[in-house]
Ligand binder design. Structure first.
Ligand SMILES: *Cc1c(COP(=O)(O)O)cnc(C)c1O
Length: 293
């Protein structure tokens, strides 16, 4: 008898989007003259930039020719892209990475969902509330979120950090230690950004509590304010405590194409139960080589 992963059965149905649709329809009937700004699930509205489509046409021609055809690419992504990422996304901000610290992938959704593969099932998890649902559901699926408390709709092993108008949508630093904290800045869905001093508080918290920060920077390209860091690695010490996820989806209209990347710095480690420190770069590389190409 094959047994199912029963953690999947704990996931509540996602009624959120049908609930929102009902509320919008009711509002439209009662307020026919009002414009509605929709902040629910969306998609890009512009076609791919010309630079991308031209490169794609060229790549197709390459694959059509016996002399330039490529078979399996490297699991970590092609060097030409990794080098362009290092040179354009990080070097101008004074951040330096070697090629082996960048992992090109099919997007930030997959990587934020899969990163839990390399972390023990009983780590405690912290999330800002509200959040991008992938962070919680992927932890539920492997049993890391604990038990759903029916009354509150919250998971027993997850610490929720409220982002409300009262705190200007900026979460407070937890007053206890948490093993893994998800941060997303600029934030989906609140649109909040963190200044350097605010993000530094999180890096300092992580360094003093041995916490791993999973930093989702999918909206990095929208930052215009000079005081807002584009990468968590602009903060000193972040290479020791953070993984950063990037995406070309929202910037370059790649939602259908699927391309993003994840940065796992060489000096980032996590512990075994015995207390040995293991580089997460090594584990993520192994995970990608086995399950992704
Ligand atoms: C859209 C989005 C993603 C997904 O990025 P893909 O590269 O399209 O998988 C990840 N995180 C946040 C916060 C997003 O809004």
């Amino acid at each position: 008898m094959a047994l199912v992963n029963e953690h999947f059965l704990k996931l509540p149905g996602s009624y959120l989007f049908s609930d929102i649709a009902k509320k919008v329809n009711t509002f439209r009937i009662t307020h026919p003259k009002q414009d509605i700004i929709r902040l629910g699930i969306g998609d890009v509205t512009q076609p791919l930039p010309k630079a991308c489509t031209e490169a794609m046409h060229k790549a197709v021609e390459e694959l059509a020719n016996k002399d330039t055809f490529r078979g399996y690419g490297p699991e970590q992504g092609y060097d030409f892209l990794i080098e362009a990422i290092i040179k354009n996304d990080f070097a101008p901000r004074g951040i330096h990475f070697s090629a082996s610290e960048i992992f090109v992938s099919d997007g930030a959704k997959s990587d934020t969902g899969n990163i839990g593969d390399i972390l023990r099932h009983d780590n405690s998890v912290g999330v800002t509330d509200p959040i991008y649902p992938v962070y919680i559901d992927s932890n539920v699926m492997c049993g890391r979120a604990g038990v759903l408390e029916e009354e509150t709709g919250k998971w027993s092993n997850v610490t929720y950090m409220p982002c409300t108008s009262e705190n200007n949508f900026i979460p407070e630093i937890p007053d206890k230690r948490i093993d893994i904290v998800y941060l997303c800045y600029p934030n989906n869905p609140t649109g909040t950004t963190l200044t350097k001093p605010e993000l530094k508080k999180w890096v300092d918290y992580a360094l003093s509590n041995d916490t791993l920060i999973l930093f989702d920077a999918a909206y990095e390209a929208y930052i215009q304010d000079e005081n807002v860091p584009h990468s968590i690695y602009e903060i000193k010490g972040a290479k020791k405590c953070a993984i950063e996820f990037r995406s070309f989806s929202k910037t370059a209209g790649f939602t259908g194409v699927r391309c993003g990347y994840t940065v796992v710095p060489k000096e980032l480690t996590a512990a075994t139960l015995e207390g040995d420190r293991i580089p997460l770069n090594r584990l993520w590389n192994r995970r990608q080589c086995t399950k992704f190409n």
